[in-house]
Write a protein that binds this ligand. Structure first.
Ligand code: ADP
Length: 285
């Protein structure tokens, strides 16, 4: 039984799943796959689905408290302005912060550089019952690192297999991994960057280096293609999210999170006390 809103003609976790042979250069970043409606009305759908997600997050959290071992890891990968922050604010933000572990991964610090690249990742994993959110992730070590040749190919090349093994270990220990590759067009990126330059309350989001990265777009596309081809596995598939329409990317990722928790088949933990006895005691208290 699915409680998916009727505007969805296809289940997002099926239609957005990367398929072998899919090409990054063919992604229609302005599309809204599986969703029959437009922006009008999307706020209402979003509000209802935020609530649904928040309810499921509480269920996951309650199970963690009761000794359950399940958790979720949301991986947000995308170019600057793809809308990672917007997902954190408008989708993850609907949940209770108590059960959220958010980490953004920037240029490694000196301490991080002294360790294996997965060291900082392991340190940020969600505990049982929690939802971990990676704003950028271990995939930077085969994206920016590859594009900028920060290490030689014989160092980054084995990382794809290593990442697969790492994620297998996570999934086997009870973590559902939701990997979102967020793509927007160069034109839309330009529009979003211009907006940042036009608004004093957006300057903080602007980074002059983003313009240099734009020039490397084709190299990034190639690097993303390799990521999708080599690390989309049965146990941790990639979802390709068109992001020109922010309202769509939010709705889509919200559904992926809902599906991930629903798929765990959790129920509310039973009490470890006698409810009737406690009611009587309370009445007399
Ligand atoms: P954002 O640009 O997402 O707002 P930051 O300002 O913290 O966040 O910068 C993130 C930058 O860090 C990006 O340019 C990203 O490519 C870079 N980065 C992340 N991980 C690595 C890594 N492992 N090696 C080198 N650079 C990295």
């Amino acid at each position: 039984m699915t409680d998916l809103p009727s505007q969805w003609t296809h289940e997002p976790h099926k239609i957005l799943r990367f398929r072998p042979g899919d090409k990054v250069t063919d992604i229609d970043t302005d599309s809204s796959p599986g969703y029959s409606d437009g922006k009008d009305g999307s706020d209402e759908v979003q509000a209802e689905r935020n609530e649904r997600f928040a309810g499921l997050q509480e269920l996951l959290y309650a199970n963690g408290k009761a000794g359950g071992h399940r958790s979720v890891l949301l991986v947000l990968q995308g170019m600057d302005t793809a809308g990672k922050g917007s997902i954190v604010k408008h989708v993850v933000g609907a949940a209770n912060p108590m059960g959220i572990r958010y980490t953004s991964f920037g240029v490694p610090t000196e301490e991080e550089r002294a360790h294996h690249y997965l060291w900082r990742i392991r340190n940020a994993l969600p505990d049982a019952g929690d939802i971990g959110v990676f704003d950028r992730s271990h995939y930077e070590d085969v994206l920016v690192v590859r594009v900028h040749e920060l290490v030689p190919p014989d160092v980054w090349e084995p990382r794809y297999d290593e990442i697969n093994a790492f994620e297998k270990e996570l999934v086997d220990s009870g973590t559902a991994i939701v990997k979102c590759a967020m793509f927007l067009s160069l034109e839309e990126q330009k529009r979003r960057l211009a907006e940042r330059l036009d608004r004093p309350d957006r300057y903080w989001k602007y980074n002059p280096g983003d313009l240099d990265e734009r020039k490397l777009w084709p190299a990034y596309q190639e690097a993303y293609q390799a990521v999708l081809d080599r690390t989309s596995t049965d146990y941790a598939p990639w979802f390709v999210i068109p992001c020109d329409k922010k309202w769509y990317s939010r709705l889509a990722i919200n559904e992926l999170l809902i599906e991930a928790i629903k798929g765990m088949g959790l129920s509310w933990p039973p009490p470890d006390f006698d409810v009737e006895v406690e009611k009587k005691r309370l009445a007399q208290a």
